[in-house]
Design a protein around this ligand. Structure first.
Ligand code: ATP
Ligand code: MG
Length: 230
């Protein structure tokens, strides 16, 4: 499947239960995201937010209903889904290799210049230029000197290099101090302006910049609207 047009994500009547579970985690979820639209998903711990993210990526399959990208079921994409949907998790995964390899992961053809470009956009260029081995610095060594916020920025650089049109942020700032968090949210919003964005979060800070907010409770969308309305 190769799609070149702008992507519309459509979630239609999605119900989901884990195979070992006894209850529906999500029930009859309906949602449409047009190109570049920004959505915040709020809800208590255990309400099914990350489950919904996995369904959108096609990593889980709905018990009922369907999720499509421009009409094509997301489960049909297989690994190719990474071209269209990028995810940054709560704890970004970094690999025991060089900085440049970490950023290039899944996009091995990218040039050093392209890697520097995305590092600049996420605010890491200066820090990495100062390292004696620069892009070739091993991340396990540098892991000690990389703060939580810097690790998130590296993960963001990797996603930007892949250039997927839809980005899911699954509580990407949890566990950071408020100042780092605010700076990071600002960076996310700036560099992801041209993307369709799904931001899963626990708290309201920053969600006023989104087009749409939904609250999930007991597996259902209980509130939906623009930040101004809610
Ligand atoms: P949090 O805000 O804590 O990240 P969440 O809204 O992302 O929570 P999910 O991780 O989607 O919640 O979990 C929803 C429910 O599904 C929880 O009750 C959880 O225990 C259950 N669950 C999650 N993963 C699995 C799994 N692999 N197998 C069975 N149950 C699961
Ligand atoms: Mg979660």
């Amino acid at each position: 499947q190769v799609i070149t047009e702008p992507l519309t994500l459509k979630i239609s009547g999605v119900t989901f239960a884990y195979s070992d579970g006894h209850r529906d985690i999500l029930q009859g979820i309906n949602l449409t995201l047009t190109p570049k639209e920004k959505l915040a998903i709020l809800g208590r711990s255990g309400s099914g937010k990350s489950t919904l993210a996995s369904l959108i990526r096609g990593d889980l399959v709905p018990t009922k209903g369907q999720i499509t990208l421009n009409g094509i079921d997301v489960t049909e994409f297989g690994d190719e889904i990474a071209k269209y949907i990028g995810v940054i998790h709560q704890t970004p995964y970094l690999f025991n290799t060089t900085i440049v390899n970490n950023v290039r992961l899944g996009n091995e053809a990218a040039s050093d210049q392209e890697v520097w470009d995305v590092l600049k956009r996420v605010g890491l260029e200066k820090l990495i230029k100062k390292l004696p081995q620069g892009l070739e610095t091993m991340v396990d060594e540098a892991g000690l000197r990389f703060s939580g916020g810097e690790r998130h920025r590296l993960a963001l650089a990797r996603i930007l290099l892949k250039d997927a049109p839809i980005i899911i942020l699954d509580e990407p700032t949890v566990g950071l101090d408020p100042i780092t968090e605010r700076a990071l949210v600002k960076t996310f919003m700036e560099v992801l302006q041209d993307k369709t964005l799904i931001w899963i979060t626990h708290h309201l800070q920053g969600v006023d910049q989104m087009d749409k907010i939904i609250f999930i409770e007991d597996g259902e969308i209980v509130l939906q609207g623009s930040p101004a309305k809610l």
